[in-house]
Design a protein around this ligand. Structure first.
Ligand code: ZN
Length: 310
């Protein structure tokens, strides 16, 4: 039987079995959503705070996707911050909690104080209609001991929170640091090399975490891509979404992505945190050996950026 006949006979068999999808159909396209952290708008370079805000919202709007914005509470205390975040609320994006002061939980000895920091952010966020009880740990650090990890898991559950995990972690912030420093020195500098590096970096990380998810779970997950509210995304978020689409990935709303059961997983690893995919991989004896720690950091990217003169 040649290949074509074989394929045809499989399709016939599939139909006979009542399967709607032919057995040799291509695997479904990976799905991804945009989840944006911090909401640092007070450091305008090249674009003003409202220009950056508009650019990011327009990129999401032009692809008809609703993102999740994980807000540092202290960034929306001033009237300008409050006004800027309300544009996200009105545009229908999910608003989540990212603590009041953005401390690293692994480095925080005072757990009760840390919990107050979460509730302090909640008090500032809770009246926005699109606020949902999703919590994202700053720097994705969820505890450096089993006790701290579990105490915080119980606290979040008691307060009705789900963890707003990242699946595709990366270091967009490190590229933004370089870009911003360059533009501060030379406002007319060419931004394209930063864009190109950013696209390549994100695609490398996306492919890595997508294949890691398939290895660990044996299935694709609905991705939450981590990005930050910064100049880099003010300039290039639209290009980023476009790139994923050109690779055959399908954009979805962040709230749809968070419905994937992977986000309810509670991996028992220490230190806890990083991408949820990374954390689940860490639980798996064989795959764990292939992982680096931290999973992502600027230091992994800096040497190549140095070489490229970025
Ligand atoms: Zn953050």
């Amino acid at each position: 039987m040649n290949r074509r006949t074989f394929t045809k006979s499989l399709a016939v068999t599939a139909t006979a079995l009542g399967l709607r999808t032919p057995l040799l159909a291509r695997p479904p396209a990976p799905q991804f959503s945009i989840t944006m952290d911090d909401f640092h708008w007070q450091n305008p370079t090249k674009l003003s705070a409202s220009e950056r805000n508009d650019a990011i919202l327009n990129s999401l709007q032009s692809h008809s996707i609703k993102a999740a914005l994980f807000v540092i509470g202290r960034n929306i205390e001033a009237p300008e911050g409050k006004q800027l975040i309300s544009t996200w609320d009105k545009a229908g994006h999910l608003i989540g909690n990212h603590t009041y002061s953005h401390r690293n939980y692994n480095a925080s000895a005072a757990v009760a104080e840390y919990q107050q920091d979460i509730l302090r952010a909640e008090a500032l966020l809770k009246d926005f209609p699109r606020f949902r009880k999703y919590f994202r740990f700053p720097l994705l650090k969820e505890g450096d001991t089993a006790t701290k990890r579990d105490v915080m898991r119980s606290f979040l559950a008691q307060h009705g929170y789900r963890t707003g995990h990242v699946t595709i972690d990366n270091s967009d912030w490190a590229i933004d640091n370089r870009l911003t420093a360059r533009l501060k020195k030379d406002a007319a500098a060419d931004v394209k090399p930063y864009r190109d590096f950013y696209m390549e970096h994100m695609w490398t990380r996306a492919e890595y975490y997508d294949s890691l998810a398939r290895r660990v779970l044996g299935r694709p997950v609905k991705h939450t891509v981590l990005v930050h509210f910064n100049l880099l995304n003010g300039l290039f978020l639209g290009d980023l979404i476009e790139m994923f689409k050109s690779k055959g990935w399908q954009p979805i709303d962040a709230e749809d992505a968070f419905a994937d059961p992977v986000f309810s997983a509670k991996p028992k690893v220490v230190p806890a945190g990083e991408s949820i995919v990374w954390s689940l991989a860490k639980e798996n004896g064989t795959i764990a050996k292939t992982l680096r720690y931290p999973a992502e950091d600027g230091e992994y990217e800096n040497a190549r950026m140095d070489k490229l003169g970025l």
